[in-house]
Design a protein around this ligand. Structure first.
Ligand code: F6R
Length: 476
């Protein structure tokens, strides 16, 4: 996915039109998939304008994304009418060169299958134009649509009918069903261009680009599109974490483990300590085992849930509240006296020493008098902002610690990258509204799926201080 943002919608439209023109000049009979709706109208108008300058669009073959069920082709709000008016007539295309869904067919399921076959018989779509609904829909794939869905009959959500009622005299006239290409069908387009303008699209755009691939946000499946260009105005891009990632796509390298590539600019980096900066697993485990043996408690039961959480939050699940304070003192004693095997994790020393002071912080579930020596023993700098278990009323997965660190650095949490190795910490970072990178040191990469991106360790990341923030790059 490549994301282009700009203040000037006309300039964005012109860039998108350049891409269509480039394709048409290379292949005058290309198959173009039309999105209806208001967003792409200026793109179609710009292409029409270019026909006046000699661009020949008349040999293109045209398909589309969807159609209302129940509207005849000549209905002013049918998508076949839209395409005739905005595309076929101005571009001089013979209607015989179109494959469009028959929304008024006697059997809509048969029409859906015929539409899918029609796209196949064109040889697939060379360039698909896309819009996005405020609820993250693409075509009429509403939330809950599977990423491998094909062309089918769907029910429209109340939200979509409401959004589209602006084209009809009343909401009652908006059909309640549609025929739509499936997400799987759309993902097969060889290239796609999405346009999204205006603040009303900002949440959907952020979820599509920054969020995990999730059926509740159908557009997020486009993270797996092989060649997608997204054009956003400043308002539509306004909820993206730390500005637009220039590209972000998933890949499966030889090891079969999924690693993400990403590039983003953030204002601060908030690190967890244990398992993220420092490997203290052996020391922490010995501490819990010694304490559990002293108490006659099953250490394994504790260790299954203790990682990444404050000791008091773990203890309360195993001993009466009145004993927690004494237990905390004993655990501290053990932790401070046993630091064997505490080392910096790969890449961390180089990263921390290259970051400007004040641009990073650490947020830990441990206590200050344990964590400061732990960083020092590992040979790592102690940050100016260090939020420890004593500083918060609620430990991870509560976002309090990350929010406090961002506040102390004077940075909007949405402009921060949280780096975490444990699911509880990842949830804390997400709840704080930050971008979250999962590092699979203590947990398998599959357990970190909620993070926006995941890496095996921090050596694969580059952090480069720049004028407008810290550029974080993963992959090549
Ligand atoms: C259009 C389509 C829809 C729209 C989306 C945005 O064929 O399938 O997904 O792209 O609803 O519509 P506008 O651009 O009107 O905001």
């Amino acid at each position: 996915m490549h994301v282009v943002t700009g203040e000037d919608i006309a300039e964005l439209i012109s860039q998108a039109a350049d891409q269509v023109e480039e394709l048409v000049r290379a292949n005058p009979e290309a198959v173009i998939g039309i999105a209806t709706g208001s967003t792409p109208e200026p793109l179609y108008a710009e292409l029409t304008r270019r026909t006046g300058e000699g661009l020949d669009l008349s040999r293109l073959r045209i398909t589309c994304l969807d159609e209302y069920i129940g509207l005849p082709a000549e209905h002013p709000q049918s998508y076949r009418h839209y395409i005739a008016e905005q595309i076929l007539e101005p571009w001089g295309i013979d209607p015989a060169h179109t494959v469009l869904p028959e929304g008024d067919a006697a059997d809509p399921d048969v029409a859906a299958a015929a539409f899918e076959d029609g796209i196949r018989s064109l040889g697939g779509v060379d360039l698909q134009i896309l819009g996005i609904g405020p609820n993250g829909h693409i075509a009429f794939n509403e939330p809950g649509s599977p990423a491998d869905s094909r062309t089918r009959v769907v029910d429209l959500t109340a939200e979509t009918r409401e959004a589209n009622s602006r084209f009809f005299d009343s909401i009652d006239e908006v059909p309640s069903q549609a025929l739509t290409q499936g997400i799987g069908t759309i993902l097969e387009s060889r290239k796609a261009i999405m346009l999204a303008f205006g603040a009303g699209k900002a949440d959907a755009v952020a979820a599509m680009i920054d969020g995990p691939v999730d059926e509740d946000v159908p557009a997020s499946a486009l993270q797996d599109h092989s060649a997608l260009e997204v054009f956003l105005d400043a308002a539509a891009a306004s909820r993206l974490v730390s500005g637009p990632p220039e590209h972000r796509r998933r890949l499966r390298p030889a090891g079969q483990e999924e690693v993400d590539r990403m590039r983003l600019i953030c204002q601060a980096i908030l690190f967890d300590i244990d398992g993220t900066l420092v490997d203290s697993t052996a020391s922490v485990e010995r501490t819990w085992r010694t304490w559990a043996a002293e108490q006659g408690i099953d250490a394994d039961a504790i260790l299954r849930t203790s990682h990444g959480r404050r000791s008091q939050d773990v203890l309360i699940e195993h001993i009466p509240e009145g004993q927690v304070e004494t237990a905390m003192r004993r655990l501290s004693e053990l932790e401070v006296s046993d630091t064997d095997g505490v080392i910096a994790l790969p890449g961390t020393r180089e990263i921390l020493t290259s970051l400007p002071a004040g641009s990073w912080a650490a947020v830990t579930s441990g206590e200050r008098h344990v964590m400061v020596p732990r960083l020092e023993i590992a040979g790592l700098p102690v940050p100016e902002v260090l939020v420890t278990s004593e500083d918060v009323a609620h430990g991870k997965p509560d976002p309090e610690g990350y929010l406090a660190a961002a506040r102390q650095l004077g940075v909007d949490p949405a402009q921060c990258l949280v780096i975490e190795d444990a699911p509880a910490g990842i949830r804390a970072g997400l709840a704080a509204g930050a971008h979250v990178l999962g590092v699979a040191t203590s947990h398998a990469i599959d357990e970190l799926t909620d993070a926006h991106a995941r890496v095996p360790d921090l050596t694969v990341c580059r952090f480069t201080p720049a004028d407008d923030g810290i550029v974080v790059e993963i992959g090549d």
